[in-house]
Write a protein that binds this ligand. Structure first.
Ligand code: NCD
Length: 322
């Protein structure tokens, strides 16, 4: 399976048929991982020889736990290798004034594929201009986080028993809760879900509402949506609750952030108001809005998402590497 683009910069590069190609590959890998991992010897991680001799570079200017480890695990499981810099922000030649372009020229001389994260929207695209190998956007400011959205949607598809997309997604009411203004994950999720006619309920403090361009996108694609500040009033209508933390690092001041930090709290009590069949997805990390007491609820899917992330990124690397 080969994906028809050089770089993955935006979730909008996917349409339903491409999504199907990627997800079928991911599902195949998931099945093979399950059966093969049982037979893999001791510390040998790989389940494929695909990545033999191939190198992934993880190039991150922002903190990460899941995304970075997940990319690195995906490459190791494909039989490839990983090079990295623990913090591009503090210990790369960028601190000496080197440009993103030259950084890309250099890293792409060593690696076969690059996963990159940066606090500035558009910086990954700028970097990609200098790269001779595929670049995957692992989050650029408040812009896009396509691989997170892909694994989120894959998690929903799996929960819907891998059925055809129209019936898997079309009937759903998706509640998006949290910092809809700044969350790149939400923005990418909308780009992927817009095709399927699902209904959205947007729950955010007034100051952190979804930017107009994403509402326009929903309208253009005939997706019904409504907006409210009140989670308790609408949680009973959700089939999927997509939670995002208030994005502290995008605020101008600590005071401003503190106003919203605990605006929402998804706890056991709140979950009693939700449908029995609803699921909760979240990219994590959480910061007070999604309590640990919810983790034992079978509706909580956020740690399963973490595992699905490796599979989806394996499929992506396979589809993009030359
Ligand atoms: C998200 C991100 O970095 O945008 N985290 C992730 O990649 N799993 C969400 C967040 O930081 O809130």
């Amino acid at each position: 399976m080969k994906l028809p683009f050089q770089h993955l910069l935006k979730a909008s590069q996917f349409d339903p048929s491409l999504l199907k190609i990627l997800f079928d590959e991911a599902r195949e890998l998931e099945l093979r991982t399950k059966s093969l991992e049982l037979r893999v010897k001791n510390s040998e991680l790989r389940i494929e020889n695909f990545g033999d001799g191939k190198i992934l570079a993880t190039v991150f200017w922002e903190p990460s736990t899941r995304t970075r480890f997940s990319f690195e695990t995906a490459m190791l499981k494909l039989g490839g290798k990983v090079i990295s810099n623990y913090s591009m922000e503090t210990s790369s030649s960028i601190t000496k004034g080197e440009t993103l372009y030259d950084t890309a020229k250099t890293i792409s001389s060593f690696a076969d594929i690059i996963a990159m994260r940066h606090p500035k929207e558009g910086a990954v695209a700028e970097f990609a201009k200098g790269s001779s190998v595929p670049v995957i956007n692992a989050g650029d400011g408040s812009g896009d986080h396509p691989t997170q959205a892909l694994l989120d949607i894959y998690t929903i598809w799996k929960w819907r028993n891998y059925s055809d997309f129209k019936s898997a997604f079309g009937e759903l009411t998706i509640g998006m809760v949290g910092d809809l203004k700044n969350s790149r994950v939400v923005h990418s999720q909308i780009e992927l879900l817009k095709f399927f006619g699902c209904k959205f309920i947007l729950v955010a403090p007034n100051a952190l509402k979804l930017p107009q361009k994403y509402k326009d996108l929903m309208k253009e694609n005939h997706c019904e949506f409504s907006e409210t500040e009140n989670l308790e009033k609408v949680i009973g209508d959700f089939d999927v609750l997509s939670d995002t933390r208030i994005q502290q690092e995008r605020f101008e001041s600590e005071e401003e952030f503190k106003k919203y930090r605990t605006f929402y709290q998804i706890d056991k009590k709140m979950m009693t108001k939700a449908k029995q069949e609803m699921i909760v997805i979240a990219p994590l990390p959480r910061f007070g809005e999604l309590l640990e007491e919810v983790d034992s609820d079978p509706r909580a899917k956020y740690f399963e998402q973490v595992r699905n992330g490796v599979i989806v990124r394996m499929a992506l690397i396979k589809g993009m590497i030359k």
